[in-house]
Write a protein that binds this ligand. Structure first.
Ligand code: MG
Length: 370
């Protein structure tokens, strides 16, 4: 299983209309896809997100020369080395290695991880609610409505980027139109302090369709999370930027009810899967953050398929996976069927689905600095 070839596919999509969250507006979407080929002709895809000029140079000058000729059988050691240079590159490489091993054994990724509990995984439409438009609230409402018409029944929208009054106007309008047909999560991207969070108390107690409240405060303020939890009538979630070791002190403490690790922010996909199973040992739910990549989202779906249910309740057996609901052609690079808000997982060897090469070629970055 020696690596013969590594091809890079840096992809960039400038957004015609920027959109964003409390961290600001995004002007483009991008990712680096790469394909490893072994001497026997087996292939595996990897993905990572970083500024393309530096990540491409890092691969070309250091990572590719190091990996060529090495055996995928030694993947743990290879990942250890690469993770010291660039953890996100290692996360992507671990996906490619997993696919090659699964292809070699002619089994699916989920077979590799112990088998599936389920073949369909619920997803929620994830929105970036803010834009440059003066009527951003109405644009947000119409976009949510469109996704509802496409079969989604769960969604996440942003707060924390405007004044509390404006954000509450936005969420109240959403709720008055869609609360009967929509389960909703609110994401503040760590914008608030405990007092600002308290300004939402009366509204939150009024609604019964809220799934969770995401990253109200900076994640390290666990004492303030504890204060908020004393009055909050719904689950708290967070952790999209945390590594597996950073989750460990949060497990079983009751401040964060739903962990939201991102497969691209761990040093390997194996570490991500181990974290999910460890969370279950502590009685914690996990709803992954997967906003930035089509391939890593597919791996998160596979992991959710292999995760034991958190509950015996019928209809509540697994937590949903994030589904980028904004304009973003990169989200369709590894196509999977989605029906009524659920992904039907492919069953073939490896990923069980082929990347859309035509779309990949159409999105190739031309090398300019952006
Ligand atoms: Mg978030």
């Amino acid at each position: 299983m020696n690596i013969r070839l590594i091809e890079l596919f840096p992809l960039l999509y400038p957004l015609p209309k920027p959109y964003g969250d409390a961290n600001g507006l995004k002007k483009h979407r991008s990712c680096l896809l790469f394909r490893l080929t072994t001497e026997l002709g087996l292939t595996g895809w990897g993905e990572c997100v970083d500024w393309l000029p530096t990540i491409v140079k890092g691969f070309e000058d250091r990572i590719i020369p190091y990996l060529l000729g090495k055996s995928v059988a030694d993947r743990q050691q290879l990942l250890r080395t690469v993770s010291q240079w660039h953890p996100r590159a290692a996360a992507g490489l671990s996906m490619a290695f997993s696919e090659i091993v699964a292809q070699h054994a002619r089994i699916s990724i989920t077979d590799l991880w112990g088998g599936r509990w389920r073949h369909r995984i619920p997803v929620y439409a994830s929105f970036q609610s803010y834009s440059e438009e003066s009527d951003w609230m109405n644009s947000s409402l119409r976009l949510v409505e469109q996704r509802l018409m496409q079969g989604f029944s769960k969604a996440k929208v942003k707060i924390g980027g405007k004044t509390i009054r404006e954000d509450q106007g936005h969420i109240s309008a959403l709720q008055s139109q869609f609360s009967q047909v929509l389960e909703l999560a609110l994401d503040a991207n760590q914008s608030y302090d405990a007092a600002a969070a308290g300004n939402w108390r009366a509204l939150l107690q009024r609604w019964d369709n809220l799934m969770w409240l995401e990253e109200l405060l900076p994640m390290h303020r666990q004492e303030q999370y504890r204060q908020i939890k004393s009055w909050l009538p719904l689950p708290c979630s967070g952790g999209e930027n945390l590594s597996a070791p950073e989750f460990i002190p949060l497990l079983g403490k009751g401040t964060i009810d739903i962990l939201q690790p991102d497969p691209m922010h761990q040093t390997s996909i194996q570490e991500y899967v181990q974290l999910l199973f460890t969370a279950r040992q502590f009685g914690q739910r996990v709803s992954p953050h997967t906003f930035d990549g089509s391939l890593s989202r597919l791996y998160a779906l596979f992991a959710q398929a292999c995760l034991p249910p958190w509950s015996k309740m019928t209809g509540e057996e697994i937590e949903p996976v994030e589904w980028d609901a904004m304009e973003n052609p990169l989200t369709q690079l590894f196509p999977v069927p989605i029906q009524q808000g659920e992904v039907v997982l492919p069953t073939g060897a490896g990923l069980g689905t082929a990347p859309d090469m035509e779309r990949i070629r159409s999105l190739l970055w031309d090398g300019h600095t952006y």
